[in-house]
Design a protein around this ligand. Sequence first.
Ligand code: APR
Length: 244
Amino acid sequence: MADLPPELIEALRDARRVVALTGSGISAESGVPTFRDAQTGLWANYDPQELATPEAFARDPELVRQWYAWRRELVERARPNAGHAALAELERSVPEFSLVTQNVDGLHQQAGSADVVELHGNILRSRCPVENVTVEPGEAEDLPPLCPNCGSPLRPDVVWFGEALPAAGLEAASGAARSCDLFLSVGTSGLVYPAASLPYEALENGAIVAEVNPERTPLSPSARFSLRGRAGEVLPRLVSAAFG
Ligand code: APR
């Protein structure tokens, strides 16, 4: 990729409050397919937008459970990459840092990020739809997994299409976006709201917005800097140029 803009390196070094919003592109280099990528193997003929819904779970819980078991396996095999590691290092390098992710794979935490807002939940956790309590992996061994308290079939603890995001997480993310000096949008197509509105909240507050993505996105025309490249290559260079 091209040289990093010196203005961006300087802005990162001077920033007091930095927010990074990540999407599935940052985990692509870890082998977790992006949500909109073609599905493979047994699942090639299914549309994720029709499996990741409360209606699909009500209609055919076993089908949805099996699809999530397959996706969970991909996530369990994945390891964080240099992009995740660079964001964990950035957290340690700037005075205030918020990492907001749409990913459900837990790879930021594995890379050492301490403070992660998971806007779309976590695929390794389950949730009882009746009691609305979360169940950690290993707590429910039955197949299909059942709530240890009430015996209802558990669902993955992720936000499905048509569902509301966790209010506290969204509020924290929005507050951080509205008060930051620099906002990094990494590996997200910017198509799914409300997460996609966060960089615009930052812009309204006068923050510098930079995007890291090999492709153009709807945010590109508004971003001060568009770094066209992969997160695993661009982020380590950026962080080391600013703080190395
Ligand atoms: N580095 C950075 N970006 C990348 C890389 C990479 N190595 N590889 C792909 N990308 C970019 C793509 O160009 C695309 O813009 O990552 C983006 C992935 O887009 P989506 O698949 O739409 O993923 P995301 O933006 O995370 O989707 C948001 O939608 O389906 C829901 O809940 C799901 O959290 C997901 C949300």
